[in-house]
Design a protein around this ligand. Structure first.
Ligand code: PLP
Length: 228
């Protein structure tokens, strides 16, 4: 199967689940997760209609950016170390993995130096697995209160990685937690925060994530095939 075939398959599946739950498929952004994938194949995905690229390592992504440039929107979806923030801000359009005050402050400070705003999502640990990064759901409103005032941050939503469980139904509670948290944040009425995006759902669980309100699915293997 070519990348174009894979993509058309995924779009069909998204349409199908959207029909089922009465959502508009065009409101769902597909982020093609291209970690370990070569520039040539990423280009193929862009030619097949992908406009969002997700990477989890700043240095690898930067090399790909040298070749692909701004032909796509770049999403940082992996753990971001503070010493990589400066580089990350040079080309990423979104950072999905903001999960500490220290990191948010560094992003704000560096963005201010560059004179540009940056779109960020707060990563929430909805599975409770301690191998995962992310803010505790119960602490997320408090965390937002600490960072909402920081300059240059467009806080646009929440991101989560669901539990590593074989059946997507078992992951559903993680997605429900994120959606309910989004609603709670909206009801808090922060002026500076627009809860536009729920970034959740990957190759094995994106349909369930969409049923629970995801509008950014991060899909790697179903587009590019298994990672080596
Ligand atoms: C790798 C990765 C994905 C994509 O995973 P697939 O199972 O290949 O779809 C999504 N989100 C994050 C944060 C990832 O690291």
């Amino acid at each position: 199967m070519s990348i174009a075939d894979n993509l058309s398959n995924i779009k069909n599946r998204i349409s199908h689940v959207c029909n089922k739950v009465g959502r508009d498929a065009s409101a769902i952004d597909i982020i093609a997760v291209s970690k370990t994938v070569t520039e040539v194949r990423i280009k193929e995905a862009i030619e097949a209609g992908i406009s969002n690229i997700g990477e989890n390592r700043v240095q690898d992504a930067w090399q790909k950016y040298q070749i692909l440039g701004s032909s796509a929107i770049w999403h940082m979806i992996g753990r971001l170390q503070t010493n990589k923030v400066k580089r990350a801000l040079q080309f990423f359009d979104f950072i999905h993995s903001v999960e500490s005050k220290h990191l948010a402050e560094e992003i704000s400070r560096r963005a201010d130096q560059l004179g540009k705003d940056i779109n960020i999502l707060i990563e929430v640990n909805t599975s409770g697995e301690d191998t995962k990064i992310g803010v505790d759901p119960e602490k997320t409103v408090g965390f937002l209160k600490q960072i909402a005032h920081l300059p240059r941050l467009n806080i646009l939503g929440l991101m989560t990685i669901g539990a590593f469980l074989p059946d997507p139904e078992q992951v559903r509670p993680c997605f429900i937690t994120l959606r309910e948290l989004r609603d709670r944040i909206i009801s808090e009425g922060f002026d500076e925060i627009h809860m536009k995006y729920l970034s959740m759902g990957m190759t094995d669980d994106f349909e369930v994530a969409i049923e629970e309100g995801s509008n950014m699915v991060r899909i790697g293997r179903a587009i590019f095939g298994d990672r080596l």
